[in-house]
Design a protein around this ligand. Structure first.
Ligand SMILES: [Fe+2]
Length: 319
């Protein structure tokens, strides 16, 4: 299977599922494996291509659940797909990601065993951890009224701040691994609210250049935070305090700015080299990427509205 799951991964597995007469799927692995398990139980009941069920195109109404049960066993701490109702599959045919969404995709059981994440290399621990962090932050700041999700997001942020660096430095630190698993799950619960522009920028970087999703988020997040700094000043002030900044001696604007630099420093501490240019993204691709990012729905719930030109500038600032 591919790092970011592609349509063929799903159609092949669904054919096997049908021919073997399966009645449930276990997703064991990273978010990709979990997303494939969800898409497989869906395709076990639909003949058409996955794109017909695409959430953006009203596919939810064409879903014919309830589907066979899914047990989700994540071996990374990032996507939180184990508690999510969506599945994201890359279609090379369409040149973008297909997102299917339905309450029927929620796994029946999620098993979080930190021992299963011990083998995750530092770079992937860092990248997936930044996905969890971005979920928490974008859901906290998106302008949807959901104080319960906000509380979950804040605790998720706190866990990532405390434990991601430890998990990167010592993969055998079970306490850190366990807390990161919880943070990832909390992030995905929180983003039932919605996400923001970072995810819209990250998605085409994965479909077009195969960049790890969490890494793509980490590379774009600081620029998006600067873009949102005034609009999200209250939330960012709280984030700065989670990093231990003395926000009582700072103005709201200073505290918000401090949050951005703290996030940048954390990204640096966990070993992620700044800049899309250092991760194989050609500068001349930014125009096309921004068109795709604008098509992505996540930025529509960003705390500050984005035009296509804004997204282009955010890629440039992240480059
Ligand atoms: Fe994500």
């Amino acid at each position: 299977m591919h790092g970011n799951p592609v349509e063929e991964d799903v159609t092949g597995s669904a054919a096997l599922y049908r021919s073997a007469g399966c009645d449930g799927a276990i997703g064991l692995g990273g978010g990709s494996a979990l997303d494939v398990a969800k898409a497989v139980v869906v395709l076990a009941r639909h003949d058409g291509p996955l794109a017909e069920l695409e959430a953006q195109a009203g596919g939810m109404d064409r879903m014919r659940g309830p589907y066979d049960p899914i047990i989700a066993i994540p071996t990374t701490s990032g996507t939180g797909s184990e508690v999510g109702r969506s599945s994201v599959i890359t279609s090379h045919r369409l040149g973008r990601k297909i997102i299917i969404f339905s309450p029927w995709l929620m796994p029946k059981r999620a098993i979080l065993d930190p021992e299963l994440t011990v083998g995750l290399p530092p770079a992937l621990t860092a990248a997936t951890g930044m996905d969890a962090f971005t979920h928490c932050l974008e859901s906290l700041t998106c302008p949807v009224f959901h104080p319960l999700c906000d509380a979950i997001a804040i605790h998720g942020l706190e866990l990532v701040i405390r434990y991601l660096e430890k998990a990167v430095r010592d993969g055998r630190d079970i306490e850190a691994r366990g807390h990161m698993q919880v943070a990832a799950t909390m992030g995905a619960i929180a983003f039932q609210k919605d996400l923001g522009a970072t995810h819209s920028l990250a998605h085409p970087l994965s479909t077009e250049f195969g960049l790890n999703h969490g890494l793509a988020n980490a590379l774009c997040l600081p620029a998006v935070m600067r873009f949102c700094q005034d609009a999200a000043a209250d939330h960012y002030g709280r984030l700065a305090s989670l990093f231990g900044a003395p926000i009582h001696s700072l103005s709201p604007a200073e505290a918000a700015a401090r949050a951005v630099t703290e996030v940048e420093k954390m990204i640096e501490r966990i070993g992620i080299a700044r800049g899309l240019r250092n991760h194989g993204i050609p500068r001349e691709s930014i125009g096309e990427l921004s068109a795709k990012a604008f098509e992505d729905s996540c930025h529509r719930t960003n705390i500050r509205a984005c035009t296509r030109e804004d997204l282009l500038r955010l890629y440039e600032a992240s480059w």
